[in-house]
Design a protein around this ligand. Structure first.
Ligand code: ATP
Ligand code: MG
Ligand code: MG
Length: 347
């Protein structure tokens, strides 16, 4: 059997390793973190800095194909790996998705529509950008943001200096989108270029952290899913993408507005483990291993995924019919930390 290398040791790597094992693959996780929850399910683990060439050479020797479960991995070592063995998605996807400015420019180039945006490198840039884009607006770091970290809402131009003080440069200013709903498009693209798509979940965030993903989505989302999916497929094709790609959208009166993409399996796709015939994790493994992709149909009339954040209670999920509990085995719960999720499938 082959060994799949996974860069990153979080819950996404943990769930990828489970899906890989079911198909008879070994997984080898390379994670710099002290706490790697992927270690619980991976066949083997190297806990080391992936900038170390000796570590990387050993990783190459241990693996047949490499993927990653978080987009903040430095692209230089990933390119080094890609010269030596197949890496999916290709480093080009990582380069685009890990920088909000590269991402928005790229999406515009392939015909997508992000929120109005401007690059901000100094306080004067921010003032000029606010004059053009207007308030409210959101100032985001170009890199390393997740779960709303590294962004601040600017309600009034008087808040600009304080906002720049907090975020600094390089940053991007985005016009605030008055959306009716948020949704995501998840597709998987195989080595042969064939794609499959999941039904779009309706995503609800609280404090910029995903709370629930629900299907079927309301009519406002269903009406925009086709256009958004076509954009996701264009993005994937343009990047020669292999694996699962997630794109987040705002549903607005004027159609779908692109928010951001993740070059990996995604939290808004966790419902697919029990709620779809083939999970996003299995389809990602299938894609990077060159297998045909699986059916993405819903397994029930309604599916809902709820994140367990901080001290959220989960005990009742053990006894509710049609309810599936996932705990990530993270030691300590902290406010805002994703500890697990619950998926309810109504048949
Ligand atoms: P993650 O990668 O964990 O999804 P993130 O830190 O990259 O999060 P974003 O997706 O940029 O953050 O923003 C988090 C949430 O904040 C969005 O899902 C949305 O609810 C809100 N938000 C972000 N940008 C905008 C915008 N331009 N207009 C309105 N709401 C926004
Ligand atoms: Mg993000
Ligand atoms: Mg997001």
């Amino acid at each position: 059997g082959s060994t799949i290398g996974i860069l990153g040791g979080g819950q996404l790597g943990r769930m990828l390793a489970v899906a890989a094992a079911q198909l008879g693959y070994r997984t080898h996780v390379l994670a710099p973190d002290e706490e790697s929850v992927a270690a619980q399910t991976a066949s083997s683990l190297t806990r080391a800095d992936y900038h170390n060439k000796v570590v990387l050479a050993d990783f190459v020797a241990a693996c047949d194909v490499v993927t990653y479960e978080f987009e903040n991995v430095d692209v230089t070592p990933v390119e080094w790996l890609a010269e030596r063995l197949p890496v999916h998605p290709a480093p080009a996807a990582l380069r685009v998705a890990q920088d909000r400015i590269a991402e928005k420019s790229f999406v515009e180039k392939v015909g997508g529509r992000p929120a109005p945006w401007a690059e901000v490198n100094c306080a004067a840039d921010l003032t000029a950008a606010l004059e053009r884009i207007g308030c409210p607006a959101i100032l985001k770091t170009t890199r390393f943001g997740y779960d709303g970290k590294g962004q601040v809402l600017i309600r009034d131009i008087s808040e600009a200096p304080a906002a720049f003080e907090v975020i600094g440069g390089p940053a991007v200013l985005e016009g605030f989108i008055h959306f009716s709903h948020e949704f995501s498009i998840l597709i998987a693209r195989g080595l042969d270029g064939r794609t499959v798509r999941y039904d779009p979940p309706h995503n609800v965030h609280r404090d910029a952290i995903l709370r629930t993903s629900s299907l079927p989505a309301p009519a406002e989302i269903a009406a925009q899913a086709e256009e958004a999916t076509a954009l996701a497929i264009r993005i994937a094709e343009e990047l020669g993408y292999v694996g699962v790609l997630a794109c987040e959208f705002f549903a607005t009166e004027n159609g779908p507005v692109f928010n951001e993409m993740a070059p990996r399996v995604h939290n808004s796709g966790h419902w697919t483990i029990e709620g779809a015939e083939t999970s996003q994790f299995e389809n990602h493994i299938r894609a990077i291993c060159g297998l045909p992709l699986g059916d993405t149909s819903l397994t029930g009339a309604q599916v809902q995924m709820e994140n367990l954040i901080g001290d959220d209670a989960w005990e009742s999920a053990l006894t509710e019919k049609g309810t599936h509990l996932h705990l990530y085995g993270k030691g300590e719960s902290r406010p805002g930390r994703k500890m697990g999720h619950i998926t309810r499938v109504l048949r």
